[in-house]
Design a protein around this ligand. Structure first.
Ligand code: FES
Ligand code: FES
Length: 169
């Protein structure tokens, strides 16, 4: 079937089986390989993208279920202020190690900051606990989110913040 997905602000037509997961529509049909495959069972968070401001596991979400919604991946050329602040903090603090999990980490953290611009440790743990890092960069991820929260006002005004939250499924 033909599925039209709005990814990073642009519509894309995908000719694919009706039950194709969003992850494979992004990776195999749109060549957006920044979104990673880990477990395929909504357990690791490597495939996290943002759909209408919420963190979503793209490996188990059917592409057809997000038709008409705004999908944001790590490749977005017009990142939200939250993503910009996170990218800057990630670079400054050298958050990543091997990097495999980091697109999912940044997408999950972006959705968190969209819904809570100043998250405490408990809020960070709740939002990020499902995104596994085999290199155990958790300490730097938490530090990066806190730094991004502090610098967020510097990045505001470039794009309106979307309503966010964690709708991992
Ligand atoms: S690939 Fe692990 S949660 Fe999607
Ligand atoms: S940085 Fe290696 S898995 Fe997270």
């Amino acid at each position: 079937m033909e599925i039209t997905l709005t990814v990073n602000g642009k519509p894309h037509k995908v000719e694919a089986p009706s039950d194709i997961p969003l992850l494979w529509a992004l990776r195999d049909h749109l060549q957006l390989t920044g979104t990673k495959y880990g477990c395929g069972k909504a357990q690791c968070g490597a495939c996290t993208v943002i759909v209408d401001g919420k963190a979503v596991r793209s490996c188990t979400r059917k592409a057809k279920s997000v038709v008409g919604k705004s999908i944001t991946t790590i490749e977005s050329g017009a990142p939200t202020p939250e993503t910009q602040a996170l990218r800057a903090a990630w670079t400054e603090l050298n958050v990543h190690q091997c990097g495999y999990c980091q697109p999912g980490q940044i997408m999950a953290a972006s959705a968190l900051l969209m819904s809570n611009a100043n998250p405490d440790d408990a809020a960070i743990d709740k939002a990020m606990s499902g995104v596994i890092c085999r290199c155990a960069t958790y300490h730097r991820i938490r530090k990066g989110i806190k730094q991004a929260a502090k610098t967020l006002p510097q990045f505001s005004g470039t794009q309106p913040a979307q309503q966010g939250g964690d709708d991992v499924a």
